[in-house]
Design a protein around this ligand. Structure first.
Ligand SMILES: *Cc1c(COP(=O)(O)O)cnc(C)c1O
Length: 364
């Protein structure tokens, strides 16, 4: 926490709005909209809920297809499946690790030829680095396919001077406990489309028609963000810039301490943007480095230091066996060689030196 969260929570208590509505929720939505540059925002219980509402609003339903990054966390993909659609996976671009716009264009051309275009394209801003939204839009726009950017990991990151998610028909953000800013759990849907936000707002509170009694002509959800959670969000927004600077500093320390070793490299930063470096991710080539990523992970685990492999690609997940895939080799390679290093904001110089020392020592 940054320090001011408690004050905002007390404010919520003082007004007695302990509910999923009220001035604190309105304030968080307004401040977040200003920050990300979208005209409209909707505060929700999770990023997953935000994706679910966005896709439902775009008409995703049974028998439809949704194109998504294969190298991502599953929560960006499950909402499409819950709506009855089939995900189609697109490989990463080696230079950004994000959805490859060329492969996307190829897949869209193949879809058009078959006469079955996807209902949406969902690129992920991986580990806080923005996908190349302009090129993704250039592939999608001629086919009229909307883009929903999964910016869950990219709060505070930028693309060509705009905030992550900008350029999408809608964007999804997460404040889950592990993200760069957190409300303990929560999400935001953002869009310039007033009708999209208005209707998803309606759906997020059980789709209650305007009537004195309870009247329903559509099926909705209980997805709204609580006022207490929004209060934490208001406090967290005030330290977002600090968080990004700290995470970028952590990344630089790892590069400084380990970057000169053979067989280790770090996630590249695309020239078009500024990553929030949510996680520092290393690529370890076993033969050159002298240990494979699993051995490094075990060596750190023995010292009670947690690391994780890169997201296992969606096309390699048992639950998505048989789903269509374009490319795949880049994401597989990143999964094989990638290791997410400790990146929490609380880490200090001596922690990073200790971790880097153990990584050096793990080499055979
Ligand atoms: C965290 C995350 C989500 C889901 O957000 P929640 O708030 O945890 O539901 C979606 N996509 C990606 C890429 C994420 O990292």
């Amino acid at each position: 926490m940054g320090g001011e969260e408690r004050r905002f929570i007390e404010e919520a208590f003082a007004t007695n709005y302990i509910a999923p509505l009220g001035p604190m929720v309105d304030a968080f939505e307004r401040e977040f909209a200003e920050r990300v540059g979208f005209r409209h925002t909707l505060a929700l219980s999770s990023g997953t809920a935000a994706m679910h509402l966005a896709l439902r609003e775009l008409g995703v339903g049974p028998g439809d297809e949704v194109l998504a990054s294969t190298l991502t966390f599953i929560a960006g993909v499950t909402p499409a499946v819950q709506l009855g659609a089939a995900p189609v996976f697109i490989d990463s671009d080696r230079a950004t690790w994000n959805m490859d716009p060329n492969l996307l264009a190829e897949e869209l051309a193949a879809c058009a030829k078959k006469g079955k275009l996807p209902k949406a394209v969902v690129p992920t801003d991986l580990y806080g680095q923005c996908a190349d939204v302009d090129r993704i839009r250039a592939a999608c726009d001629p086919h009229g396919v909307p883009v929903v950017v999964d910016s869950a990991e990219a709060v505070g990151a930028s693309y060509k001077g705009r905030h992550a998610g900008a350029g999408g028909r809608a964007a999804v953000y997460s404040f889950n406990g592990n993200k760069i800013i957190t409300t303990s759990g929560g999400g935001m849907l953002a869009s310039d489309d007033a009708k999209l936000i208005e209707h998803t707002r309606f759906l997020s509170t059980q789709a209650r028609d305007p009537a004195p009694h309870y009247e329903h002509s559509e099926i909705g959800y209980n997805y709204r963000m609580s006022s207490i959670v929004a209060a934490i969000g208001c406090g967290q927004l005030r330290v977002l810039d600090q968080r990004v600077e700290k995470r970028r500093w952590i990344f630089e320390q790892y590069v400084r301490l380990l970057g000169n070793l053979p067989g280790i490299e770090f996630m590249p930063e695309a020239a078009y943007g500024r990553s929030n470096r949510w996680l520092t991710v290393a690529l370890i080539t076993a033969e050159a480095f002298g240990a494979d990523p699993a051995a490094v992970r075990r060596a750190l685990e023995a010292e009670n230091i947690e690391t994780r492999p890169v997201w296992k690609p969606m096309h390699q997940q048992p639950v998505f066996r048989g789903c269509r895939l374009r490319g795949g080799a880049v994401a597989e390679d990143l999964f094989q060689r990638g290791l997410c290093l400790p990146s929490g904001t609380a880490l200090e110089q001596e922690d990073l030196e200790r971790i880097a020392g153990l990584i050096r020592k793990s080499r055979g």
